[in-house]
Design a protein around this ligand. Structure first.
Ligand code: NAD
Length: 354
């Protein structure tokens, strides 16, 4: 199979970690007989430096032409003084909007080999942790009407959703729940918000199409508490944009290892953009210190969700597991008695395992 992939290394550790993902993709291509067709594009600070804008049109067009996008990370102190439309992070919003990516998948997995990194009591995570946050990405309060009065002393933001917007994300979440443990928790604030009441009614209506999935509802304030009180009760969480932004960060932090977690942004066809959840970590950029595993696992998600290559995705995930089993660690996940390696060696070890 030919896989047409757009690559955006970005800023900071972005180029370091994308290089290791390429090594691993090369190993997968060789083992499974796939031809990899890569095109590189600029975004974020790298694009500002080179062409003056965070998201050049050529990048958006190139991504639209590919089947999937792999992004490292964007941003850094060099561009922090820039405001508004010129901020490197604007590239992310532009890509999500421009590519129509409305569904953000953030798995939070606690690897048994890294259980020490979890900030929760070990009794709460006994048996491991593997949950998936499905966040709506292009609606809600981040995209609603906003403004200030003339005096500048009052402001408003609007949360708005249509039935169609809710239905497409909730359907995605049900489909994902069907492939996992068939338990969906929808999170809203239906005791207060009208958008949440609409959201809840759509979830209840679609539930009839998925009789095997156990559905429950939680208010977002309770969910924030339940995530740290009893995280193993969750399988798939579905929620609107802002609640998802906050809860997915909380869920990832309970695994304790930001360098390990991938993400996917999808739409209804197979196209997707894949990236680690962490940022560009300027403090360790170019020093062979970054953990490339989140990016490598993002490639596994790409193979699974865009290219429907489950065996290839499994091969990457189990290669990561074997490298951790053997005690190899980058600095961010290092603990006593383990073997410290750099970014490049970690990438090579995982590629070798494939
Ligand atoms: P960050 O995720 O870049 O870093 C937070 C801490 O985690 C740092 O100490 C960093 O060294 C460490 N870290 C992150 N990824 C790591 C990895 N793979 N291996 C080892 N250690 C790792 O968050 P930040 O410091 O808040 O942001 C830095 C820049 O990244 C900012 O400009 C921010 O806007 C940007 N950012 C970009 C994205 C994105 O591109 N998707 C997401 C978040 C932040």
């Amino acid at each position: 199979m030919k896989l047409r992939i757009a690559l955006i290394p970005g800023d900071g550790i972005g180029p370091d970690i994308v290089a290791e993902a390429l090594k691993v993709m090369g190993a997968v291509g060789t083992k499974f007989g796939h031809k990899l067709d890569f095109s590189f594009y600029l975004a974020g600070g790298a694009a500002i430096d080179s062409v003056g804008v965070p998201l050049p049109e050529s990048t958006l067009l190139g991504c639209q032409d590919a089947e999937a996008v792999l992004l490292g990370a964007v941003g850094g102190p060099k561009w922090d003084h820039l405001g508004g439309e010129m901020r490197p992070e604007k590239a992310l919003l532009g890509l999500r909007g421009g590519l129509g990516l409305f569904c953000n998948l953030r798995p939070a997995i606690l690897y048994p080999q890294l259980a020490d990194a979890c900030p929760l009591k070990s009794s709460l995570i006994e048996g491991g942790l593997d949950l998936m946050v499905v966040r709506e990405l292009t609606g809600g309060i981040y995209f609603g009407k906003r403004g200030r009065n003339e005096a500048g002393d009052a402001a408003f933001d609007t949360m708005a959703y249509t039935t169609a917007e809710v239905e497409r994300i909730v359907r995605m979440a049900f489909d994902i729940a069907m492939k996992r443990n068939k338990h969906l928790t929808s999170i809203d604030k239906a005791n207060i918000l009208e958008t949440s009441r609409l959201w809840r009614s759509v979830v209840n209506r679609l539930a009839a199409d998925y009789p095997e999935v156990v559905v429950d509802h939680q208010y977002v304030d309770n969910a924030a508490m339940q995530l740290v009180r009893k995280p193993r009760q969750f399988d798939v969480i579905v929620t609107e944009n802002m609640f998802g932004d906050i809860l997915s960060d909380e869920a990832s932090q309970i695994t304790g290892s930001i360098g390990m977690l991938p993400s996917a942004s999808l739409r209804s066809d197979s196209f997707g953009m894949y990236e680690p959840i962490h940022g560009s970590a300027p403090d360790i950029a170019g020093q062979d210190k970054a953990n490339p595993i989140a990016t490598i696992l993002s490639v596994a998600m790409m193979l699974r969700y865009t290219f429907r290559l489950a065996s290839e995705a499994d091969a990457i995930e189990s290669a990561v597991g074997r490298v951790l089993d053997a005690g190899w660690r980058t600095g961010d996940i290092m603990s006593e008695g383990m073997r410290l390696v750099g970014t490049k060696e970690m990438g090579t070890l995982i590629a070798q395992q494939i």
